[in-house]
Design a protein around this ligand. Structure first.
Ligand SMILES: NC(=O)c1ccc[n+]([C@@H]2O[C@H](COP(=O)([O-])OP(=O)(O)OC[C@H]3O[C@@H](n4cnc5c(N)ncnc54)[C@H](OP(=O)(O)O)[C@@H]3O)[C@@H](O)[C@H]2O)c1
Length: 165
């Protein structure tokens, strides 16, 4: 079930971490589209770190052109996971998050809101673990502390999921 609050922050300068493999990108695309409009209108918008995942970029990368155009316009940085491209650096989005841990940590430290959309059985827990691993690595925390940090982000509305089982 989507969280009732699954919506972008009111302040468009808030940085975002958007994680939406497969069909999960669809709601997140709306967040980016809104910011693209604001940006084209001259407003300042926060950067979105966008994690997309599919099997092959030529076959099943939804909204590829739009997403790439938003990267070109400077409102987004795109991190890809291609599960059927063996030499691609990331297979799944959680691997791409781990590979971009410096950027992800910096975004969260700068107040980013995190949104996860898509598969709730395997992807979302793996993403959560990837975020917890970043916290442990950056702060030297143990897993309980990392989980408490994630729970706090959730209760603050800064970590939201819209996932299907
Ligand atoms: N119930 C609902 O509300 C709902 C809503 C939307 C979609 N769906 C259904 O969901 C299916 C599509 O799923 P999807 O949007 O997730 O797209 P998908 O195309 O099945 O998967 C997207 C990417 O996620 C990868 N993946 C596989 N296992 C993963 C894991 N453990 N962690 C992270 N990534 C993983 C896939 O890799 P590989 O497959 O190559 O391993 C693929 O590269 C369709 O059958 C659709 O009908 C259901």
């Amino acid at each position: 079930m989507p969280s009732p609050a699954f919506a972008p922050p009111a302040d468009p300068t808030t940085p975002l971490v958007l994680i939406g493999p497969g069909t999960g990108i669809a709601p997140l695309r709306g967040f980016l589209e809104e910011r693209a409009w604001l940006h084209a209108d001259g407003a300042r918008v926060g950067t979105s770190q966008v994690f997309v995942g599919c099997r092959h970029p030529e076959h099943d990368w939804f909204y590829r052109q739009e997403i790439q155009s938003w990267e070109e316009s400077g409102i987004a940085q795109v991190h890809t996971a291609f599960s059927a491209v063996p030499d691609h650096p990331a297979r799944f989005v959680q691997n791409a998050i781990a590979a971009a841990s410096d950027t992800v940590w910096e975004a969260i430290e700068n107040g980013a809101n995190i949104y996860v959309c898509g598969d709730g059985r395997r992807m979302a827990p793996a993403v959560r673990e990837a975020l917890a691993a970043i916290h442990r690595a950056r702060t030297g925390s143990d897993d309980n502390t990392a989980q408490a940090w994630l729970a706090r982000l959730e209760s603050d509305g800064r970590y939201q999921q819209d996932v299907f089982a």
